[in-house]
Write a protein that binds this ligand. Structure first.
Ligand SMILES: Cc1ncc(C[n+]2csc(CCOP(=O)(O)OP(=O)(O)O)c2C)c(N)n1
Length: 272
């Protein structure tokens, strides 16, 4: 929900830093399709790689959490110097947000007034460590004060509030307003990885948060507002399943995955 609210409000050439959790939402950023995401996730060549497509503002994610903040800060500096009008959204988890490179990136972004929006997707856990154990504040957006950023806290499980918050900050930054920080509160409903027994959190807590699960809440909200009907939901389910099936069929036809070292060797030879 949280990355989608941003991707939907971005242009083809704006930058959005994907991580292992948010990258799968990139098909909602202009320029990418579900087939791009599926093909790249399966390591199949032949489609755009949404994680790394500089012409679409995508400068890769990174396995070392927090490091990409400096790379995307560079994208914001380039946009500012070249006056392209592009902006950057740098989204990360509450765990990654505590890493040193983020603080340096935010300090420079504030001093140079760069067009970058930092977002903390606070799902309350960094692997097995709770925010209570890693922060001494409850509202993570308060971190923005020290960098001189406008900052906001939002219920990240409320799709409409999240969308409007993303839109407001994107419009502000695009108009030359400089950097900002948004803390979007949510909750990690699944284990960090499938074999994670989650001894670090009580089971009852998980059950409680499933009741506030954002997709069902959004659907109910749209129905209460009279924007969506039961028939619309049935129709959309059929349409989306068909769209996804078509994407999988398209990816099936691509050449089989090749060995990564084989590909690197070919690239190295091509560069000689
Ligand atoms: C520098 C670094 N330390 C540790 C890890 C291992 N690691 C991968 S994901 C993760 C948890 C990240 O938590 P958070 O940033 O809150 O994101 P979430 O998984 O909650 O979305 C950790 C510790 C890593 N990839 N990089």
């Amino acid at each position: 929900m949280i990355p989608i609210a941003f991707c939907n409000n971005l242009t083809k050439t704006d930058s959005f830093c994907p991580n292992f959790r948010t990258g799968f939402c990139l098909f909602t950023k202009p320029g990418f399709t579900p087939a791009d995401i599926i093909a790249t996730s399966l390591g199949k060549p032949g489609k755009k790689n949404p994680w790394s497509a500089p012409e679409y503002g995508m400068l890769g994610g990174g396995g070392t959490l927090g490091e990409a903040s400096v790379r995307y800060l560079g994208a914001a500096a380039a946009a500012s110097m070249k006056k392209t009008g592009d902006i950057v959204v740098y989204i990360q988890g509450d765990g990654a947000a505590n890493r040193a490179p983020n603080h340096e990136a935010m300090a420079v972004a504030g001093a140079w007034q760069l067009p970058i929006i930092f977002v903390i997707q606070n799902n309350r856990y960094g692997m097995g460590t709770s925010v209570e154990k890693s922060y001494n504040i409850e509202d993570l957006s308060l971190r923005g004060v020290g960098y001189g950023f406008p900052h906001d806290r939002v219920d990240g499980n409320d799709m409409i509030a999240m969308y409007l918050m993303a839109k407001k900050h994107i419009e502000r930054t695009r108009a030359g307003g400089g950097p900002s920080l948004i803390a979007a509160d949510t909750w990690r409903l699944r284990p960090h990885f499938e074999g994670d027994a989650q001894p670090y959190r009580p089971k009852g807590e998980v059950d409680e948060w499933w009741k506030k699960e954002p997709l069902g809440r959004y659907q109910k909200e749209l129905m209460d507002l009279g924007i969506l009907t039961e028939e619309d939901v049935d129709r959309l389910e059929v349409e989306v399943k068909a769209e996804l099936q078509a994407a999988f069929d398209e990816v099936d036809k691509l050449p089989a995955r090749t060995d990564v070292y084989e590909q690197m060797e070919k690239l190295a030879i091509a560069e000689l």
